[in-house]
Ligand binder design. Sequence first.
Ligand code: KG4
Ligand code: ZN
Length: 355
Amino acid sequence: MRVLGIETSCDETAAAVLDGDRPLGARILSNRVLSQVADHRPYGGVVPEIAARAHVEHLDALIAGAVDEAGLAWSELDAVAATAGPGLIGGVMVGLVSGKALAATLGKPLVAVNHLEGHALSARLSDDVAFPYLLLLISGGHCQLLLVEAVGRYRRLGTTIDDAVGEAFDKTAKMLGLGYPGGPAVEAAARAGDPAAVTLPRPLKGRAGCDFSFSGLKTAVRQALAREPAPATADVAAGFQAAVADCLSDRVGHAAEMARQRAPAVRHLVMAGGVAANRFLRARVTAAAEAAGLELLAPPPELCTDNAAMIAWAGIERLRAGLGGDDLAAPARARWPLDPEAPPPAVVAGLRSAP
Ligand code: KG4
Ligand code: ZN
């Protein structure tokens, strides 16, 4: 089964071809990602209109390049998988419409893929990991802990009540004058810093459940920077990163207990999303997972940040599970939760004073 994947939900234009020729996993025949970072850098963040235009400009050539690199003729593709949301709606429409046009022209199935499902299943592309597993999804737009029960079956255990963790990295980088995108810049700056030099809060640490909050941490960074004399950039970066690591570790501990109550067979914690590329956080979350009796698995960094291999892979998983493939009428969605039945975060639901 050879599947073309298309990803355009944020600021990466991506196309990949996978060969699902084994009972488990798949071979990546090509995996092209065109970053729009340079287009958005002058604005210090992703500008939706610029993103959509850049996708329109580059997607066709990128798809052709990916199919060519895979050594396949168009007719040798068995299906097309395209991100149908959630994300910036203009960009999502560009990729989804291109996928639909290709699938219709080739007479092949179209799988409309949830971008978050792409992240959620990416570990099964790189590692042999069985359901159920716990997923820590940490990216620029999301910060969630989910129980992945099967393809298409996700239970959200916790989510952020304000900012996503990647967003907090990006905003902290901006305040520190480290440029955009902020995550890798903060990680690099933190290497030379003393995490104990600046005192920063650990929002929600120790509270029941496994929701997240990062806006207070961001405010604390701003206040620290306003002090005289201003702390060193490296120390703030290190302090911020250490605070994030403490929060993630604490929440993972709680989530492991919650996951086990629902699914005693849980053995693995999978870390995915752009922020999972952070080596310091990986090490800290690995330790937290081990303490909670779980083994950590994280896809390689190039499969953690946005890419189309994970979309093609989600397409293969869906087709193998007998889900999707007839999605020519699927809408592009700005919002598309993986677990539509998830209750609102506990802290928001009035458990603010829970221990
Ligand atoms: O998954 P992703 O590529 O796109 C979204 O779906 O959001 O994640 C992008 C986010 C950005 O906020 C970026 O700053 C962050 O991931 N990121 C990192 C690192 N690399 C990327 N954050 C911390 N450390 C990193 N090394
Ligand atoms: Zn993403």
